[in-house]
Design a protein. Structure first.
Length: 242
């Protein structure tokens, strides 16, 4: 039966095979196409060439040939992961899931992500801090909601909590103040509703962002009172009638 490497069929061998070519790839620096017995069987890194002791004319036994195929699958997964990271940063778990969705086998996907973590190109702590800062400062999302978002992305709880705490301290985040600011921003769009609907909509808006009932209560008190005052100044009532 053929071995499967990087989504392509590769022939199995029962005896020694000979490396017949090592060709540098132009599209990605540090990659080499390896030919065995005249057939291209894998693309590996410069480090792999060294670790596998590959050289033109070298004979590979069955174990060494299998190791070459396995390394080729890992390098293919690694390069695909780099392409994915080119669009946006991801947690280690997110990246592995993305590789699996693209048809990469679980083993190579896991090793590729592990190597990216070792090199620092994937760092769940850095990822969590960036997401926490963006979500808190740009979207007004609460700590609890950010924790939930990071959990869905596969970030360990201790890493997530440490990252959020760092952001909260660095940015001096006050969740009640953040809830009030968000409510103030949202409230004018609800001015045409009756008071009960306005309160219900604004409550749900803040709850979906993870704020506690106490934080929401304070935010509603401020934002809706200000909205009512604005209506009086304009010569109308808070429910939009004149």
């Amino acid at each position: 039966m053929d071995d499967q490497v990087g989504g392509e069929a590769r022939p199995s061998v029962s005896g020694p095979s000979t490396v017949t070519a090592l060709v540098a790839r132009g599209r990605r620096e540090g990659r080499y196409d390896v030919e065995v017995d005249g057939e291209a069987v894998a693309t590996v890194s410069a480090g792999s060439v060294t670790s596998l002791k590959l050289a033109v004319g070298r004979q590979l036994d069955e174990r060494e040939f299998s190791a070459l195929l396995a390394e080729g699958a890992i390098i293919a997964a690694y390069d695909r992961a780099l392409n994915i990271l080119g669009f946006r940063d991801r947690s280690a778990t997110e990246l592995r899931r993305a590789l699996l969705r693209k048809g990469v086998e679980p083993g190579p996907a896991t090793v590729a992500v592990d190597r990216l973590q070792e090199s620092g190109l994937v760092d769940d702590g850095r990822y969590a801090r960036a997401l926490a800062r963006s979500r808190a400062l740009n979207a007004g999302v609460s700590r609890r909601r950010i924790e939930q978002d990071l959990a869905r992305r596969g970030v360990r709880r201790d890493i997530a909590e440490e990252a959020i705490s760092e952001v909260w301290e660095e940015e001096e985040v006050d969740q009640t103040a953040a809830a009030i600011a968000l409510a103030r921003k949202r409230a004018p769009s609800l001015a045409g509703l009756d008071p009960a609907s306005r309160r219900r909509r604004l409550y749900g808006f803040l709850a979906r962002r993870g704020y506690s009932s106490e934080e929401i209560r304070k935010a509603l008190s401020v934002a809706l009172e200000e909205l009512a005052s604005d209506g009086d100044v304009l010569g109308g009532s808070a429910d939009g009638t004149w």
